[in-house]
Every structure is written in structure tokens, then in C-alpha cells.
Design a binder for this molecule. Structure first.
Ligand SMILES: Cc1ncc(COP(=O)(O)O)c(C=O)c1O
Length: 491
């Protein structure tokens, strides 16, 4: 065929060929090389330790924060050492960890010999085995142990790296197992910063991202600006459950995969559920064939004085449990998604629909397993249970400060709701810090208290290994910081 004939053959019968157009040239060619040998990087990287100035310069030059503007890097202490519930900065100042970092360093800052030994022994064996290619002993051990620490009926486990990822996996599995789409979550909740977990989140952090479809928010049984009707707790529980049922019916139970709730909403402010509420939720799930997913990322592994937060609700066993932080005491990143026997059986023959390279990372698993053995042997959760009444009494005494509207406390997890002189919220979570919030933060820092204030909520969540004497010391510091807040708010 001649060239002309070939060209004619390419003309579509409807006579529409693309126009001639030149491809844009690279306007600003930018060097994109990077060193590949030691001689190409700053020799400072090969010095054993850095001065405070070197740390600050590199951090201020390159480190970004996540949920707050990064300029805060400039005023942060530089931590060099930890011991028990304390951290020490470059000036030698002692900081009491009053919030267990992100409510996660449950066993404090001293890494136990068993955990160190387990991590090192694991690394001596091999660097990494991908969970989709082979089995490992730490995965077998931790899976078995977790099945023993869960109530009967929860027997299948995956081990991602963060709480957000555990929730991503749980959401994907709930949808694949039920063939349904919608996930119902509370407004007053936090489930993570990745796509699905952020869309599941109810608090202000969700509003910074683009929400994925398929997530529906429902009211918590404790709204912020109004109260459920009824003259008794039971009546109020019933009205909040009826509202939930109406929402379920309006959304269409045939397309709701799961109700995904924090067993004890943590970031929202240690919310306590009205009596009978979670039993009612379980009953609604059973009635409409919806999965119940309990997010235990913040409170799982003993924060509330029980292994799992859902154990505060007699007779309630979820279909899915996600957990993270306390599993390794945050020494290494590791999380867990536990699913029911039925779900485990389904995924025996079907792929999960979620994955990550570091799922079931052997070194992280070995760390989590050793940490759990420590916690079980030392009865860490029994210690929390025994200390809880003392802790609650201290939290209650904080309520004498006029800036404290009310308090809640469960296990070693306490919180204060702060108010203005007029009894209103002094600041909303999405707003920039007010001068009163800054005055509180400064007073706490002066006391050497690492504390967490997301107005109107002040969290109190020390490591679970704290002693009664250390509690006394911490609460004295907390009183001093609240004196400053009283004054800053004009009381
Ligand atoms: C209840 C809950 N779920 C999920 C997450 C997300 O966990 P991570 O920050 O490890 O991704 C958090 C974190 O605070 C949480 O509190």
C-alpha cells in the first residue's frame, strides 16, 4: 500500500482527525540530581551526636508538623533522653509526660530488656519478610496471643503500621464482606488521617481533607449544644437509640456496611456513654445485619482499666476491632485489625481489598509481642484498675477551678471541659489558639508538664505505669497550670 493510501486509511469515516499541535517545551529545566555516595552529603551526618543548634537548624529548615502549623517547631523542646514517665530536654529540664505523647506511650519511656532483646534477636535473624510471601514466628505468636486476648468470636488478624491504616483495612474488609458501602460514624470522633479513616472522622480534622464518598455522620449520644429528651438516663438512652435507628432507616440498612464507633471516644474528650447505649447499638446492628466496628486505637490495651474499652458494655462483642498505640507502647509502629470468625472464613477464600508492604512487619510484631508479655506478667491493666479511683479523685479536685465546667475520668484517662466566665466554650477546636490557651500552654511548660489542650478539652493521660506518688506530683503541676488558665479567662 502506498503512503497516500495508508494516510487515507487512517481518516475516520466521520472525517474527524486530531489537530496539529506542538508539545510544550520544559520551561524551567531544574537540576534534579541527588548524591548517591557519602562524599555528596554534609559530613555532619557521620558525626555521632549533634548539638542543640544543629538539631534546631535542621528541624526548622526541613521538619513539617501535621495537625498544626509548622512554625510551632521553633518553640519545641529538643528531647534527648527518657526515663519512666519523664523526658529530658537539651537543657536538662525534666518533663512529666502527662499525655503519654499521643496517648500511646503506655509503658513509659524506658524500654524493657525483654522488648530490646526481642527486637535485636529478630533483627539478627533477617531484615524483613513480606507478609504476602511467607509466614514468620512473630506473626504466628502475636496472632495467637491476640486471639486469646479477644473475646470468643474474634479470631482473624492483620497487622498494619498505624491506627489509620488499621481502620482503612477494617473499612475495606467491612465493605467486601457485606457487599455494602456506607460506614456510619459519630461527629465527635477521630479515626485517622488517611483517606477512608479521615472521612470516617467526625472532628475538625476531617474538614481539612476532601471527604471520600460512602461515609455518613450520626449524632453521638452526647451532643454538644443540646440534650436528649427524657427525665431519666434510660429515657435519654432510648431517645438517642431511636434517633440512630431512624438514621439507619433513612440511610437504608441494605447499604450500611458498619457502624464504626470509638468504644470510649478519646480525642473528643473521654466521652462516657449513657447506660445501655452500646447494648442498643449492638441490637440495632443485629436487627439490620450491619457490622459493629469498635475503634480501640486510643483506649485498647488498658487505658480505661480494661483490656478493651468495649468491655465496659456488658454483653457487647463487636465484629471488628481496631487497635494500635498501646500494642507496642509505641516503641515501634504497629496496629491491628481483628475480625469475627465469619469474616475470617470469608477472607479465607477472598482477598482483603487492602494491603501495605509493612503489614505484619516481623520486627514490629516481635516488639509488640514482647511488650504484651511484659504487660501481662506485670499486670499493668490491674495496676490501672487499682489506681483509677485515686486518679478520678484527683481529676474531681481539679473541678474546683472555676474555668472547669465538668470532668470525666475512666481508668487512667481523664479530661476537663474548660468554660468562659459566661459558661460558654472558650474556643472551638478548628480556631487558632487564643491568648488564654497560650497562657495555659506556657504555664504547663513552666511546670515541666507535657500536656494536651484542644479547647475546650484538656486531656490527662499519663503512662499506665505511673505511681501514686507521681500522680500527686503531676496533679499539683496541673493545678498550677489551671490557676493560670483561670486568670487568663478572667475568673
Ligand atoms: C480512636 C483513634 N483511631 C485512630 C487513630 C489514628 O491512629 P494513627 O495516628 O496511629 O494513624 C487515632 C489516633 O489518635 C485514634 O485516637
Amino acid at each position: 500500500m502506498s503512503a497516500l493510501a495508508r494516510s487515507a486509511a487512517r481518516v475516520p469515516s466521520y472525517g474527524c482527525r486530531a489537530w496539529k499541535r506542538s508539545v510544550p517545551a520544559l520551561v524551567k529545566p531544574t537540576p534534579n540530581g541527588a548524591p548517591t555516595t557519602a562524599s555528596g552529603v554534609d559530613p555532619i551526618h557521620f558525626s555521632a551526636s549533634w548539638s542543640e543548634e544543629q538539631i534546631r537548624n535542621a528541624s526548622e529548615g526541613h521538619a513539617l508538623l501535621t495537625w498544626s502549623p509548622s512554625k510551632a517547631v521553633e518553640s519545641m523542646p529538643v528531647m534527648v533522653r527518657g526515663d519512666g514517665i519523664y523526658l529530658y530536654d537539651t537543657t536538662g529540664k525534666e518533663w512529666m509526660d502527662w499525655t503519654s505523647q499521643a496517648v500511646c506511650t503506655n509503658v513509659g519511656q524506658t524500654v524493657s530488656p525483654r522488648v530490646k532483646e526481642a527486637i535485636n534477636a529478630q533483627m539478627d535473624k533477617y531484615s524483613f519478610v513480606y507478609g504476602g510471601l511467607a509466614l514468620t514466628e512473630p506473626r504466628a505468636r502475636l496472632s495467637k496471643l491476640m486471639s486469646e486476648l479477644m473475646p470468643t468470636g474474634l479470631s482473624g488478624f492483620v497487622f498494619p503500621s498505624s491506627g489509620s491504616e488499621a481502620n482503612e483495612a477494617a473499612i475495606a474488609m467491612a465493605r467486601r464482606f457485606t457487599g455494602k458501602t456506607k460506614i456510619l460514624t459519630w461527629y465527635r470522633s477521630y479515626h485517622g488521617g488517611t483517606s477512608a479513616s479521615s472521612s470516617a472522622t467526625g472532628d475538625y480534622r476531617r474538614l481539612m481533607a476532601v471527604e471520600a464518598p460512602g461515609f455518613v455522620k450520626v449524632w453521638n449520644p452526647q451532643p454538644q449544644f443540646w440534650e436528649f429528651g427524657g427525665s431519666s438516663e434510660e429515657e435519654r438512652t432510648a431517645s438517642s437509640l431511636l434517633m440512630l435507628e431512624e438514621q439507619i432507616l433513612n440511610e437504608g440498612p441494605h447499604d450500611i456496611a458498619s457502624l464504626m464507633f470509638e468504644s470510649v471516644p478519646g480525642s473528643a474528650g473521654v466521652m462516657k456513654l449513657p447506660p445501655g447505649y452500646m447494648q442498643g447499638v449492638r441490637a440495632l446492628c443485629d436487627k439490620y445485619e450491619i457490622l459493629l466496628h469498635m475503634d480501640e486505637v486510643m483506649v485498647g490495651f488498658g487505658r480505661t482499666g480494661k483490656m478493651w474499652g468495649f468491655q465496659h458494655y456488658e454483653g457487647v462483642v463487636p465484629d471488628i476491632v481496631t487497635a494500635a498505640k498501646g500494642l507496642t507502647g509505641s516503641i515501634m509502629p504497629l496496629s491491628m485489625t481483628a475480625v469475627s470468625d465469619d469474616m475470617k472464613a470469608f477472607f479465607h477464600d477472598n482477598a482483603l481489598g487492602w494491603g501495605s508492604t509493612f503489614q505484619a512487619h516481623p520486627t514490629a510484631l516481635a516488639c509488640g509481642y514482647a511488650n504484651m508479655l511484659d504487660m501481662l506478667e506485670q499486670d499493668t491493666i490491674g495496676h490501672v484498675e487499682r489506681l483509677a479511683p485515686v486518679f478520678e479523685q484527683h481529676v474531681k479536685e481539679l473541678a474546683r477551678h472555676p474555668c472547669v465546667k465538668q470532668y470525666r475520668s475512666t481508668g487512667l484517662f481523664g479530661c476537663l471541659d474548660v468554660q468562659t466566665v459566661g459558661g460558654e466554650q472558650p474556643q472551638f477546636t478548628h480556631q487558632p489558639k487564643t491568648s488564654a490557651s497560650l497562657a495555659y500552654a506556657k504555664a504547663a511548660a513552666d511546670q515541666g508538664l507535657l500536656t494536651f489542650f484542644r479547647p475546650p478539652v484538656i486531656h490527662i493521660a499519663p503512662p499506665l505505669i505511673i505511681t501514686e506518688g507521681e500522680l500527686e506530683k503531676g496533679f499539683a503541676k496541673q493545678h498550677a497550670a489551671l490557676d493560670a488558665l483561670d486568670e487568663a479567662l478572667g475568673f
